[in-house]
Design a binder for this molecule. Structure first.
Ligand SMILES: [Fe+2]
Length: 329
């Protein structure tokens, strides 16, 4: 109990309470999850929702404004109206914060949510079933986890997802295959949610030991998705998106025949967007220069058919610059 903490007051910034919420993350996680899952084990979805909830509670306290937190909670509850554990997670906010921090919690927020959740419960009971796309919610929460650790990586993941959809369409893949590649692109770097930010954001060349940590994101990501029934289909994308067409990639040095087309699409989209995107250690390359680099490495690092598809997609509305040349592979 921390009696010196002022309670949350709507309209008044409370950085001390915000700091305490973040400093108490582990205790809050355990108590939130205990309240939400009294009838069973926590799911990965609840796990990531809980992390988002704590971050958003801290932000609400820092801003003295519950609007963003309430909007996110309403949206989450509305799309998960058949999930009592999620309702319970939100309903436990005030009591858990008060119990943990002795700070008066977030009473206005909890009061608002109580009526909201009751309404959604009634609607859910009347409807019988829900039409929620569980998978997309789950993927969005994984991206939120990446964003919390490094916003630039999350931005990159969203862009890669969009490139994957376009490349897949250009390759005449089915709608389902294109959707799979786009979703896989969205979470391909989920392992970077646990990579130290000082390595992800280093504005200098990494040391060899730092590169080892950086490369480990494919294994960390694989660990995150492989045991979840909704996510395990993406495990090859998360683990193998740094494999090379010539079999000299990492972490497994896979032969090309063992790398599915969705993975090869993500690899090219990832490399292209990394080259044209913002990076702490260099300025972005122009699309022309990035395409030149992809062409040069087609057949060794990248699948040449996928490179050709990306160049078609990018080139459709793009006029080449005269000054661009190749860069080292
Ligand atoms: Fe990666």
């Amino acid at each position: 109990m921390q009696a010196s903490v002022s309670p949350f007051v709507d309209g008044r910034r409370n950085p001390v309470l915000a700091g305490l919420i973040l400093a108490s993350r582990q205790t809050l996680r355990e108590r939130f999850l205990a309240g939400a899952t009294s009838a069973g084990a926590p799911t990965l979805l609840l796990d990531v929702l809980t992390d988002s909830l704590i971050d958003r509670c801290a932000q609400a306290a820092a801003d003295g404004d519950l609007a963003a937190l309430a909007e996110w909670a309403e949206e989450t509850c509305a799309t998960r109206a058949d999930a009592p554990a999620v309702h319970q997670l939100f309903l436990s906010v005030d009591a858990t914060l008060t119990q943990t921090l002795g700070a008066g919690g977030l009473k206005p927020f909890a009061g608002r949510l109580t009526s909201l959740v009751e309404r959604l419960r009634a609607r859910s009971a009347a409807a019988g079933t829900d039409t929620v796309d569980e998978l997309d919610l789950l993927l969005a929460d994984l991206v939120a986890r990446v964003e919390h650790n490094d916003p630039m990586t999350a931005e990159h993941c969203r862009a890669v997802s969009a490139w994957c959809a376009r490349i897949a369409h250009r390759l005449s893949l089915t709608r389902s295959e294109a959707s799979f590649a786009a979703r896989g692109g969205l979470i391909h770097d989920v392992g970077k949610s646990v990579t130290p930010p000082e390595i992800l954001q280093a504005a200098r060349p990494l040391t060899e030991s730092e590169w080892i940590v950086m490369r480990d994101h494919v294994v960390s990501g694989h660990d995150i998705v492989r045991d979840n029934q909704h996510l395990r289909e993406f495990a090859p994308i998360v683990r193998s998106h740094h494999e090379r067409f010539d079999g000299r990639g990492y972490p497994d040095g896979l032969e090309r025949a063992r790398v599915p087309i969705a993975v090869r699409i993500v690899t090219v989209a990832d490399a292209f967007n990394a080259m044209i995107g913002r990076r702490p250690y260099r300025t972005p390359l122009s699309p022309d220069r990035a395409m030149t680099e992809l062409r040069r490495c087609a057949g060794t690092q990248f699948d040449p058919n996928v490179v050709a598809a990306l160049i078609d997609v990018v080139g459709a509305n793009h006029k080449p610059a005269l000054t661009d040349g190749a860069v080292a592979c």
